[in-house]
Design a protein around this ligand. Structure first.
Ligand code: F6P
Length: 343
């Protein structure tokens, strides 16, 4: 019988996480489950950073970005004795089930713990990158794109005044969803995403054509793009083996290439972590709340090894295995739609 649930948030923070915690705490009271907050992702289970969460703790999280529980990119499978410590903490605190809110890395660990250690675990899929398989959209994506579109429109104001090409580099890791949606919704004249290689000459010709018409142009690039003729240099890796792409500076490389090839004046901006904060959009707030509620429902139904996924208009249980089997990348259909606006 379930008495006590632990909840953690792992990986990069994003909008909707606080609302997920809030949703879970509110739903848990319907079943008289106690909810314990696990601090800083899997680190909290390694180190026993755990304490009860009450309604008072979460009721004002309705419109707050970030995560009240803290987060980290700690991978217990990469730490000597890590899994032993995780299991010990679960036992010591009497956690009957765990909700892990996270992206591919956090849910990958959750899935492994479920399969190999038989832990009662369910997931709440989050990531501003929207690259998680098995769910139509992840919370965090809508707010981060909203932030990036605002930034692009600001760049338009200054680009128009100074007759410049303005390049905006956005996050998104190896999936181009954030750049794609920012570019389409914000009126970019060219979009670069990791999934489809850009023809630099074709891009420069298009920017020159656009420039003749309006005397400025807007370019959006995803941080994960590797420009033809350059290599993705080796960077420091986190515990899940991911490079810190922002440091590679594709926006800056692109600025130089466009300037050289077109002779136009070019500036670039990197929105970076600003995309992860701010006020969560209504879409992310509602999806976060629904994910938290559904995660507790899944526990109540004994559907361990599942996550609360958005399918159409419903939030339903989908096996964690589906989420971690592959990355959800931008498909041809979406790319063709984007090209309508810049080719
Ligand atoms: O996965 C979310 C994300 O924001 C990516 O878009 C970005 O590459 C990465 O996290 C940045 O990670 P960190 O906050 O560890 O620098």
């Amino acid at each position: 019988m379930i008495k006590r649930i632990g909840i953690l948030t792992g990986g990069g923070d994003c909008c909707g996480l606080n609302q997920t915690i809030r949703g879970a705490v509110y739903r848990a009271k319907d079943f008289n489950y106690e909810i314990f907050g696990i601090r800083d992702g899997w680190k909290g289970l390694l180190e026993g950073l755990i304490s009860p969460i009450t309604l008072t703790d979460v009721e004002e999280l309705v419109d707050k970005a970030g995560t009240y529980l803290g987060s980290s990119r700690t991978n217990p499978y990469k730490i000597k004795g890590g899994i032993k410590n995780v299991l010990r903490t679960i036992k010591n605190y009497g956690l009957d089930a765990i909700i892990a809110a996270g992206g591919e890395d956090t849910l990958g660990v959750a899935n492994q713990l479920y399969k190999e250690e038989k832990i009662n675990i369910v997931g709440a899929p989050k990531t501003m990158d929207n690259d998680l398989n098995g769910t139509d959209y992840t919370f965090g994506f809508d707010s981060s794109v909203t932030r990036a579109v605002e930034a692009l429109r600001s760049l338009e104001d200054t680009g128009r005044s100074h007759h410049r090409v303005m390049v905006l580099e956005v996050m998104g890791r190896h999936a181009g969803w954030v750049a794609l949606f920012t570019g389409i919704a914000g009126g970019a004249d060219w979009i670069l995403i990791p999934e489809y290689e850009t023809d630099i000459d074709e891009m420069c010709k298009q920017l020159q054509r656009v420039y003749v018409r309006k005397r400025y142009a807007l370019v959006v690039t995803s941080e994960g793009v590797i420009l033809p003729g350059t290599s993705g240099e080796k960077e420091e890796l986190d515990q899940f083996g991911h490079m810190i792409l922002k440091e590679r500076g594709v926006g800056n490389q692109l600025k130089k290439v466009i300037c050289e090839k077109t002779g136009l004046e070019v500036r670039h901006s990197v929105i970076g972590h600003m995309q992860r904060g701010g006020i969560p959009t209504v879409f992310d707030r509602i999806l976060g709340l629904r994910s938290g509620v559904t995660a507790v429902n899944l526990i109540h139904e004994g559907k361990y090894g599942y996550m609360a996924a958005l399918k159409g208009n419903e939030v339903i249980g989908v096996p964690l295995e589906e989420a971690v089997s592959k990355l959800k990348l931008v498909d041809k259909k979406w790319w063709k739609l984007a090209e309508v606006f810049f080719k």
